[in-house]
Ligand binder design. Structure first.
Ligand SMILES: [Zn+2]
Length: 161
């Protein structure tokens, strides 16, 4: 038996003011859009902004439903919308912000990580993930790989045939 260890890297910013101008604007746009979240059940509003390589920014918010599993997380609403409109463009960044927060930001659920990971694998270039919750510090990951090590990669299985 061998014990193994993996390491992930991310940046932490004390405030949006310390971020690059475009990142700062994207966080602000995503936060402005929190009002459009439909979260009557959880009362937990989430907003996401997807930055594409053509400069287009696509927003999404969480959309809940009384038939619980029918709702969808903000980041999947945003990235599915972006890829529906601009299938040939690469996703450069996904910003995810929440209304409420603690000292550190909330991070995306496992399903969203897997969805974003697949687009990252398809486009063969990393997708940055930027997280902020309320007045929390901001976390920036340079690739979904840092948030989803050992991702499910069906391609590897399919290649064997
Ligand atoms: Zn999710």
């Amino acid at each position: 038996m061998t014990n193994k260890k993996i390491e992930i890297n991310y940046s932490e910013y004390e405030s949006v003011k310390h971020m690059e101008e475009n990142d700062f604007q994207c966080v602000n746009s995503a936060e402005d859009n929190l009002k459009n979240a439909y979260a009557p059940y959880s009362k937990f509003k989430v907003s996401s902004l997807v930055q594409l390589d053509n400069g287009i920014k696509v927003l999404g918010t969480n959309q809940e439903n009384m038939a619980y599993p029918s709702g969808l997380c903000a980041e999947r609403v945003a990235i599915f919308s972006a890829k529906s409109q601009y299938p040939d463009n690469k996703v450069e960044q996904v910003f995810i912000v929440t209304e409420q927060g603690n000292e550190t930001p909330f991070s995306p659920c496992g399903a969203c990580r897997q969805v974003i990971m697949e687009y990252e694998m398809n486009q063969k270039s990393p997708i940055q993930i930027i997280l902020k919750s309320g007045n929390s510090k901001i976390w920036k990951f340079n690739s979904m790989k840092d948030l989803l090590p050992f991702a499910f990669e069906a391609e590897e299985i399919l290649k064997k045939d």
